[in-house]
Design a protein around this ligand. Sequence first.
Ligand SMILES: [Mg+2]
Ligand SMILES: [Zn+2]
Length: 308
Amino acid sequence: MILLFLTPESFAELRVFFLVGLWFSILVSWLLLVYLVLCFHDPFFLLHTQLFCVLRLLRTRRKTERRIYVRQTGEKMKTLMVFDFDHTVIDDNSDTWMPSRSDSSRLGEEFLQERPLDGVHGPSHELYRVRSVMETIPFTAGMTDLLTFISEHKSTIDCIVISDSNTMFIDWILHASGFKAAVDQVFTNPARFNELGYMEVRCHHSHDCDRCPVNLCKRRVLERYLSEQADGGVEYERVFYAGDGGNDLCPTSCLRGRDVVMPRKGYTLEKLLARLEQREDNASLRAKVVSWSSGTDILEELKASMQP
Ligand SMILES: [Mg+2]
Ligand SMILES: [Zn+2]
């Protein structure tokens, strides 16, 4: 009966709609069938997928509850400050600082003549001297003001360091400067003195990113951190990423449009980002790019973003 009132055009549209619906139903049926076959062959597959769905639901619920709480209480969403360490927080390279400070010392050469992943670097009885030399490494201009501001606003600013240095150097330097409390977490290569009394540095993690060195992909670290924070109900209003090197490019691709990537002026990251911005097919860089020369530039940007 309805067909009598249809014009040829609307009849054609109805036919297209019907065919699309039919193909969609067939596709869904096939996917369902494949899923059932997989579940039948491997009961763990069923268990894992169900567990995955439950966790996703819980996460979504937590996020929604958190959003409602923030809206109701007027609580400000947090900002995340991410730092590279060498040539960003400190104005030098912690891996090469030792030899340049101890030319007369065999330790300096032995300690750092190889990349951290090569393992053995120096005898432990010289540890106290290595530590005292490392503690003299200068901070980048304005960085102490920036870290002081972060320390004073810990309720609204989280701060992490992602670095290809190592846990011992970063811990010594932050501890000596009194800024350890400003930084919530440090993600870097774990270091320790082994049984033979030599310093041993291992990979931070293993990953499948073909753009980064085998020991560390800063993007994977940042993605995981953001995901874990989201699981705990913390979502960031804005993420700032400050760095200088080539390995700081990969993490910029997981930043959103409202985030800010801050490359140090005149350093590799700035050049790589400029090249990326010129590319027409550039889809990986969504964040705003703001170069900096001193920590004060970063501080101004951070303060401006926190204005109501
Ligand atoms: Mg660096
Ligand atoms: Zn990577």
